[in-house]
Design a protein. Structure first.
Lengths: 142, 142, 142, 142
């Protein structure tokens, strides 16, 4: 499962170099991630109502080509690794048809007390959706 | 009572015009306001512990001259009107010695349920600090 | 002429009060303004290619009701005053069907040297579009 | 050479989780980097006047512990690798005395046309400062 999220570049996203500032990409990737979760069937509202969240512990962004205003970026998002307590998403960001940036975000699952949980045990029906969205990890591990 | 808050301009504060973007001024004025409250003796931590806050209901900013990176701005903050349920602060922002922007923010006092409260009744010792910081309002009303 | 611009609230737009931070509204209103100019027939790209811009000199925002994530806001934008050297836009921001904020932005027209210009003389075909978009000002003045 | 940069957390830096949003760290690390360059003797103004910049091509941030408002972070910055056309900086971010985040940023040197340049050839006196600030790389390579 790979989702596509389209985001319009805003005027203040761009700095004195006339290109989108690198910190904005982190906001864009998060918006793409939220979109992925919603399309997968475990939206932010679902997370909030259950007190279960995937806080970010590691973010790695590569900047390959500048992004300008006005314009829009398209982000392709997929799960690149999953385990009962961990999740990794990978992103490709396209601008004017070319790959302009790539990223990987690593998350742990936490419960209402903000401590690590085993999602497969806590929410098996959600974990099944993750397994369905990322069959590669299973193949890789087995 | 007038406080002075010095804030360093950051590179991404500036947009393609090579001047600080107008939305950043709202963040700077809020930082100056928080500094004012702390120096007056009713810090954000004090507010949070009592569940009493001054949410912003009206913000008016005038932009007189551009602000650039690198550099810093100095904001002079004072109370320009107070009443038991309301508060208005006024700001002057200086850049390289000249007035670059002015603003006024209007607030109501709210309690833990986010509804309007009478601060003079709820926290008389805090309200006395506001009266001391803004003797003009009293003169104006009387 | 009134345009409608729909903007998705993002997770980091919201602060510890769980509502969109007031500085974000300035970014949203600017996005609505850019959308208005494009739909009126004088886009940011047109402005840039001619070196003519409407810098913001005054911004007044009223906050009437909180805006939350996830959700979206709809901004209705119109010209509320125009003259050959000046422009005022007015905005209404709706969230979940209710008016959550209003704003007015005041601009002057500047040329490539960033000095004030008379748009009616410099770009009469653009000024005609502004007059068509805001017939009220003419009535008001005459 | 390791620099220390102290940055105050701002109220809107924190999101609904009451912790500084991950995108803000990218802004903080950039401020620390600018401070490092200035203290090393090649400030942003020096770069701009010569048309030579170190654009970011790779950013890797680890989030170890939450950061809250009010408070401040201290960032320790050093060069972790240098070559005539490349530069890597590494950062440690401390909050309340503990390591809360770490990061690495990778840069290439570009000239006025935004194309890669050899800094050792273009600005030998600046490159000497980098070599002095990072004697480890030389040892590592030799």
């Amino acid at each position: 499962m790979t989702t596509e999220t389209v985001i319009a570049v805003r005027y203040p996203d761009c700095d004195m170099m006339h290109t989108a500032h690198h910190s904005v990409f982190a906001v864009w990737y998060e918006a793409a991630r939220m979109d992925f979760f919603e399309k997968m069937g475990f939206s932010f509202k679902d997370m909030s109502s259950r007190g279960i969240n995937p806080p970010l512990v590691d973010l790695h962004i590569k900047y390959r080509a500048p992004v300008h205003y006005p314009g829009e970026v398209t982000i392709k998002t997929r799960i690149s690794f999953h385990a009962p307590k961990k999740l990794e998403l990978s992103y490709e960001l396209y601008y004017e048809g070319s790959l302009a940036s790539e990223a990987t975000s690593f998350h742990i699952w936490t419960g209402p007390d903000m401590k690590s949980i085993d999602l497969a045990a806590a929410l098996p029906e959600v974990y099944a959706k993750i397994e369905a969205a990322d069959p590669q990890t299973k193949d890789r591990d087995g």
